[in-house]
Every structure is written in structure tokens, then in C-alpha cells.
Design a protein around this ligand. Structure first.
Ligand code: SF4
Ligand code: SF4
Length: 382
């Protein structure tokens, strides 16, 4: 373990830029912390944090000089690895029918700055889906292979975080090139650094850092342990997959569906949701065609339309599908949970539906506590 003084963070970012990486990291925009291209550490949300709860998010100035004093906002890294719109191919008419137009195969080389432990686990889930099944997704693979991952441990968990329950945080354990822990201790501000790959090792070698002292190691360890003890939410996961599979007729699904707007926000912000649609477009003359893949959501009525009709017509069936897929059938499909406990679906649900609370009710059988916004929300059942 090494130590990087906070004033030298740009040395690390510059080393990545010299290797041809485009830096993507957290920035403040439109009242939230989102991911975008950054030029240097001065673009990071320095001194900002946020308060999150079910259906609410507030950006706050903490004035403490922390580069990474927040948890996660509405964006996730899936927008760079599996973009919302991807052209799969394009073709033009020819004497023999049509021919595929070869595209410039330039691959974006991103360095993701500030990847949280839950997000490393979410990327591992996307890897399982896109790279480790019977069919490998070419577009995902080329983006993933080139990505450099600079992780940062969480030391201030958010109000909707429950990564500790999902065994997905707050400490980055694998899946990174370099991992930092930001520490404030006795007036000092520094990062401890661990290396997770040869590429990370090579970048680190250029910086000639000192070994972290024992007090510095202990301070970093203490910060992460404190974060683990202060998660905003908890979820009991023992036997959860089996439990949900046995609760498909539970009356609580109707209670949740009365609040759910089937807007799909939860799926769009979720770092592991990957449902997509495919659209073909042509020009008016029929001489040119393109095929696009776009993000979709299991909450839309169209998504479950198959020959002869829609198989999930009600909000009950669509919410149940989403929750039971995440926490139950994902295990049989991919041998892992589909949830990493990032809390985004809780924060960004406009009516504050909280999957940790819904699971508690489904587990305990207790009556759901209706929070906030049920009044005035139309019945979303179809
Ligand atoms: S659970 Fe919330 S975010 Fe998800 S579809 Fe329903 S209303 Fe929208
Ligand atoms: S289901 Fe919710 S808490 Fe779990 S990974 Fe997706 S957005 Fe995060």
C-alpha cells in the first residue's frame, strides 16, 4: 500500500492522460453529481456531498475539500460500457441487395475515475451478462477491454446505500487497476493506494510514491469500517432468492403497484439493468439502413409484448418481475444477485418506493407503511 498526498492527485490523472485515456469522473451538473469527461482534479466535485432518501436527492456544499465526499448519483458506468444508443451496423443498397458498410473501429479509451465498490460489482455483473454467456457482446467487449478503472473506497455512505448488506462494498476488493482511499486525519489529507493490475502497477511506478505508514494504513482502514457501520439502508439477504420465489402471490405486490408509476426510472439508473430494444431505420429511398440498440425497461408495456399479446399487462406484474429478477431469478440465470445495494432505484423513484422496505414486508408479512406520495398518484394498473 502506498500513499498519495492530495496535492499530487493530478500527477496520477496526468499519467493516465499521457497513456491516451480520456478521463471520465464525477462532476457537479444540474444540481447533482454525474459522470462526464474531466480534464483535471479541479473538475471533480470538491467539497460537495449529497443527502439521499427515498425519492429525494439534495446536493450540499460540505466545504471540506474532499474530492470524493459523495457516494453515487443518477449516472452509472454502464452508460459508457453499454451506451443508451448503440449502432450495431449500417448498410447501403447495392446491385446485389445490400452491403454492410464497414465502420471506423475507433474504440473509446476511458479511464473511469472514482468508481465505487458497488459499481465494481455492477461492472462484474455486466461482464457476466455480456461476456461470459453463450454469446459475447462485441460492442461491450471492446469498450470494457480498454477501460482503466481507478476505484475510490466509500468513506461516507449515502442515505439509500446498502452495499454492505449485498457484500458489494464499501471497500473495493477486486476489478480495479488502482484503488484509493481518501483520508482526513490529524490535519492531513491524503490517499492510500493499492494496485489491482499490471497496468495499475505500471502507472504507479511512474509516480514514485512512498509506502503508507502504519498509522496511515490504520486511518484508511478505520474510515472504510466506519462507512460499513453507517449504511443508510439494510437488507436481510439470507434465503432471499427462495423467499421471493415463494411470494409471487403475496398481496403486498398490489400495495406497491398502487404507488408505482411504471416510469422505469429505477431500471435506467440501476447500474446492472441491461434490457434493450433493437430498432431498424432506413432513409426514405430505401437505399440506406441502420440497426440501433437502445436501452429499454421491463416497466414499459411494450417490452413484454410477444406474438399475440403482452405477457405483463399490470403494474403488479411488472414491478414483481423487476424485483424478483434482481433478487431471485438472477441467481439461477447468472449465479449471482442482480443488485449491488447502490440505492439509486430508491433515491430516483419519483414516489419513493424502496426495495429494502418492500423486501422487509414480503419477508415479515407485515403491512406496508405507505410513505409520502401515494395521494394524488394515479393508479398505474392497466
Ligand atoms: S418503482 Fe418507482 S422508479 Fe420504478 S417504475 Fe415504479 S415509480 Fe418508476
Ligand atoms: S436494484 Fe437498486 S439498489 Fe440494486 S443495484 Fe439496481 S439501482 Fe442499485
Amino acid at each position: 500500500m502506498f500513499v498519495l498526498r492530495h496535492a499530487r492527485l493530478d500527477d496520477l490523472l496526468d499519467a493516465l492522460k499521457r497513456r491516451g485515456f480520456t478521463l471520465v469522473g464525477p462532476v457537479v451538473r444540474d444540481g447533482a453529481i454525474v459522470y462526464d469527461v474531466i480534464a483535471s482534479s479541479s473538475d471533480l466535485p470538491i467539497g460537495y456531498t449529497h443527502q439521499q432518501d427515498a425519492g429525494s436527492y439534495h446536493l450540499i456544499e460540505a466545504h471540506d475539500g474532499a474530492f470524493f465526499g459523495y457516494t453515487v448519483g443518477p449516472h452509472s458506468w454502464k452508460q459508457y460500457l453499454n451506451p443508451p444508443r448503440t449502432r450495431l451496423w449500417k448498410a447501403k443498397g447495392s446491385a446485389n441487395g445490400f452491403e454492410i458498410v464497414q465502420e471506423n473501429a475507433n474504440v473509446p479509451r476511458y479511464a473511469f475515475i472514482g468508481v465505487r465498490a458497488c459499481e465494481l460489482n455492477a461492472i462484474a455483473i455486466l461482464d457476466r451478462v455480456f461476456l461470459q454467456g453463450s454469446a459475447v457482446d462485441f460492442e461491450y467487449r471492446r469498450r470494457r477491454e480498454h477501460a482503466f478503472i481507478l476505484a475510490v473506497d466509500c468513506t461516507r455512505p449515502g442515505g439509500t446505500c446498502f452495499c454492505a448488506s449485498m457484500n458489494a462494498g464499501p471497500q473495493a476488493r477486486s476489478g480495479f487497476d488502482l484503488a484509493l482511499t481518501e483520508v482526513f486525519d490529524n490535519g492531513e489529507h491524503y490517499f492510500t493506494v493499492v494496485c489491482g493490475s499490471e497496468r495499475g502497477d505500471e502507472v504507479l511506478g511512474e509516480l514514485c510514491l512512498e509506502e503508507a505508514s502504519e498509522p496511515e494504513r490504520q486511518a484508511a482502514k478505520h474510515s472504510i469500517e466506519e462507512a460499513g457501520r453507517h449504511m443508510g439502508r439494510k437488507m436481510e439477504t439470507a434465503g432471499l432468492a427462495e423467499l421471493l420465489a415463494s411470494r409471487v402471490e403475496h398481496p403486498h405486490w398490489e400495495v406497491v403497484a398502487k404507488r408505482c408509476l411504471t416510469c422505469g426510472n429505477c431500471t435506467l439508473v440501476c447500474p446492472t439493468c441491461f434490457c434493450s430494444n433493437v430498432e431498424d431505420v432506413t432513409d426514405l429511398a430505401g437505399a440506406f439502413a441502420e440497426r440501433w440498440r437502445t436501452w429499454d425497461s421491463c416497466f414499459t408495456l411494450d417490452y413484454s409484448y410477444i406474438h399475440g399479446g403482452n405477457v405483463r399487462k399490470t403494474a403488479v406484474s411488472r414491478y414483481r418481475q423487476w424485483l424478483t429478477h434482481k433478487l431471485s431469478s438472477w441467481h439461477s440465470q447468472f449465479e449471482m444477485s442482480g443488485c449491488v445495494g447502490c440505492g439509486r432505484c430508491i433515491t430516483w423513484c419519483p414516489v419513493g418506493i424502496d426495495l429494502t422496505e418492500e423486501v422487509r414486508v414480503l419477508r415479515d408479512g407485515a403491512t406496508a407503511v405507505t410513505i409520502g406520495t401515494e395521494k394524488g398518484v394515479p393508479d398505474a394498473k392497466h
